[in-house]
Design a protein around this ligand. Structure first.
Ligand code: SAH
Length: 250
């Protein structure tokens, strides 16, 4: 049997948002590795070994997957959302680049998934309908000063922004600082979408004008989308539509 590593995105949560391609890869896998809550989304069956591991061990997990593939196993590495967005695909390639040459010849594939910002944007309307950027607010793997610089430049360039990992218990200060920077740099009441646990039973969506945003509105299950200066809110009974028009006046 020839081994493989398939790095697959499970989407934001709902079964209906897992692509058929990912379901097929899981059906053929001998081993599934990933962070505990993501591996928990894969149904157990005879012939499949689940290898859940803790957060922050992405490189160890990647090497384990590559070693098993070298032994002929069909390994699926799971991420939530898309595996290329702040997730396992880069970790696997970091391990490949630093590892034995033989790993470069392995059958390695990345299968896309629906990333949190797109699932959240779809719920709200079309806030990412014009130019946008995505920023990971966690400073585990990069200096906070770089996050601040990117935030300020993104405001200056007038991108809509999607924030992943906005606020964890271990670093509550970062999001306080983020909101202060945005309120200072934007100087308007543009809409901010707090989209929590999108497509799961715990889903909750709030649209809040920037000046009214408070840090407690986000947690680690929330993706935050900040409109650009042109983002519009269509008020109606119930949740408003939020969208960013396709054009900007010259
Ligand atoms: N690879 C994932 C992102 C991993 S980083 C993806 O493409 O979506 C983890 C962060 O993603 C969380 O802190 C949160 O900001 C966001 N996230 C993941 N699933 C989410 C969901 N169902 N609803 C809202 N945000 C989510």
């Amino acid at each position: 049997m020839s081994g493989s590593v398939t790095i697959a995105g499970l989407g934001p949560g709902a079964e209906a948002l897992v692509t058929p391609e990912v379901s097929a890869a899981l059906a053929e896998a001998t081993d599934v590795v990933g962070y505990i809550p993501y591996v928990a989304r894969v149904a157990a069956r005879p012939g499949l070994t689940l290898h859940p591991s803790d957060n922050r061990v992405e490189l160890d997990r990647s090497r384990h997957a590559l070693e098993m593939a070298s032994e002929g196993r069909r390994v699926v590495v799971v991420s939530s959302g898309d595996p290329g967005v702040f997730a396992m695909a880069s970790a696997v390639f970091e391990a490949v680049e630093a590892g034995p040459d033989a790993w470069r010849d392995l059958d390695i594939r990345v299968l896309p998934g629906i990333t949190a910002m797109l699932a959240a944007a779809a719920r709200a309307g079309a806030p990412l309908g014009h130019d946008f950027c995505a920023i990971n607010l966690s400073d585990n793997l990069k200096p906070w000063a770089l996050i601040e610089k990117r935030l300020r430049l993104a405001v200056e360039a007038d991108f809509a922004m999607a924030f992943y990992n906005p606020r964890s218990k271990s670093r509550p200060e970062g999001f306080v600082r983020t909101l202060d920077i945005l309120k200072d740099a934007c100087g308007d009441a543009r809409p901010v979408i707090f989209a929590r646990a999108v497509s799961t039973p715990d889903e909750a969506l709030r649209v809040v004008p920037l000046p009214d945003c408070r840090p407690e509105m986000a947690d680690m299950r929330t993706v935050v989308i900040v409109g650009s200066a042109t983002t519009r809110v269509i008020a109606r009974d119930g949740a408003p539509f939020v969208y960013t028009p396709r054009s900007v006046a010259p």
